[in-house]
Design a binder for this molecule. Structure first.
Ligand SMILES: *Cc1c(COP(=O)(O)O)cnc(C)c1O
Length: 389
């Protein structure tokens, strides 16, 4: 069994149009940062997500960094951010010398808890230290519950940056996830639902702010024939070759969402009835892409903890992962404030202890899905037998 091919968590899935756009870049010698593929990729993505503008960038992290600068975040400021996320949501806060404050998840969406956010905002106002921005992460393909979060942020006058790196293709009350805040970012890293091998996009209805981001991302070149600079700049633009990959991938987004949801459904049908296994819920306000199938496993009820299950899958050459380790538990970030869902109860801690992500690629074969399912069922049965003895 262990000799069978490796099953990856979320490998790239390339279609046919990508190479044509890349070829075009080569034929016309637009092998440069910027060019017609970049312009078209921006236009096509803005159209698909129904925003007024988009800026193609070298990564989603770059998009977060520029969003924070647009929100005026600087040294000594605070920024609120979801704790249950990948570290890329937080690093740009540190680039600017600002301080993160971590906000817990709720159980319904696994995303930012409006309750925890409210307590954190009230506490910050009391101290006279309201944040300059709130970064809301949309985890594993699902939007956070944006309405109560938007209400709170409007009440306190704070802009929202949506980290939608994992949620391109998801919806919230009919709108594209990533377009509900002041700024939103997507990622086209190799493991995301569509990829340019590496890249990102910043979206907003504020086109003036987007031109500023474009300027910063191109080394802040002032309009002059000689090279004139009055501000610090970055080299954050996307290459015209990679934008070609992105254009082809974007045409496939709906297929990719359907395929990932089908993988989820299959896992859920087989494992959903096992006592002690709970899948990440899909909140009723929108559609999740199920970018990654995530579930929790209760060791008391299944006789199996996440470490044992991950080891069993690893032994079968299957790549699975624990749910993100919350940022407030990271050695780099432990010293910053954290607001759990309820004063004495942290949801993200529990999701981290009991949660795992299963292989979820959109090209995953039914046979490979069965390999994952067989391995999990087998080990849960084994441990149930031990428990019965
Ligand atoms: C992937 C990811 C990012 C970073 O995107 P890059 O394009 O790799 O810089 C940011 N936030 C989250 C939640 C992610 O999953």
């Amino acid at each position: 069994m262990a000799n069978e091919g490796r099953i990856y968590l979320s490998p790239p899935h390339i279609g046919e149009a990508e190479l044509r756009y890349v070829q075009e870049a080569f034929t016309t010698n637009w092998v440069a940062p910027l060019g017609p593929n970049v312009d078209e990729f921006e236009r096509e993505l803005a159209e698909k997500t129904a925003v007024r503008g988009a800026v193609a960038l070298s990564s989603g992290t770059a998009g977060l960094h520029l969003s924070l600068k647009l929100a005026g975040v600087g040294k000594g400021d605070t920024v609120f951010v979801s704790t249950l996320t990948f570290v890329a949501s937080v690093n740009p806060i540190l680039y600017e010398g600002a301080e993160p404050v971590f906000i817990d998840s709720d159980f319904d969406s696994w995303n930012m808890s409006p309750k925890a956010l409210e307590r954190a905002l009230v506490a910050a106002r009391k101290e006279g230290r309201l944040p300059k921005a709130v970064i809301v992460v949309n985890l594993y393909g699902q939007s956070a519950d944006m309405d109560p979060i938007i209400d709170l942020c409007e009440r306190f006058g704070i802009p929202i940056i949506e980290d939608a790196a994992e949620s391109l293709g998801a919806t919230y009350k009919g709108k594209a996830s990533g377009t509900l805040g002041t700024f939103g970012i997507y990622s086209f890293n190799g493991n995301k639902i569509i990829t340019t091998s590496g890249g990102g996009m910043l979206v907003s209805d504020n086109v003036e702010a987007l031109s500023k981001a474009r300027y910063w991302a191109t080394q802040s070149r002032d309009p002059a024939l000689h090279y004139e600079h009055s501000e610090v700049g970055y080299n954050y633009r996307l290459s015209n070759v990679l934008a070609g990959v992105g254009r082809g991938q974007l045409q496939l987004l709906e297929d990719r969402v359907a395929a990932r949801r089908a993988v989820f459904d299959r896992y859920e049908r087989t494992l959903g009835s096992i006592e002690g296994i709970s899948f990440m819920p899909e909140a009723s306000y929108g559609r999740s892409t199920r970018w990654l199938t995530a579930l929790t496993i209760n060791p008391l009820m299944t006789g199996l903890n996440t470490t044992e299950l991950l080891r069993a899958l690893g032994d079968e050459n299957i790549e699975a992962r624990p749910v993100w380790k919350p940022m407030h538990l990271q050695p780099l970030l432990r010293k910053y404030d954290y607001f759990p869902h309820m004063p004495q109860y942290s949801v993200s801690d529990q999701l981290f202890t009991q949660g795992i992500c299963l292989p979820s690629g959109s090209a995953m074969s039914v046979q490979d899905q069965d390999r994952v399912l067989d391995c999990i069922s087998h080990h849960i049965r084994l441990s149930a037998k031990h428990a019965a003895v």
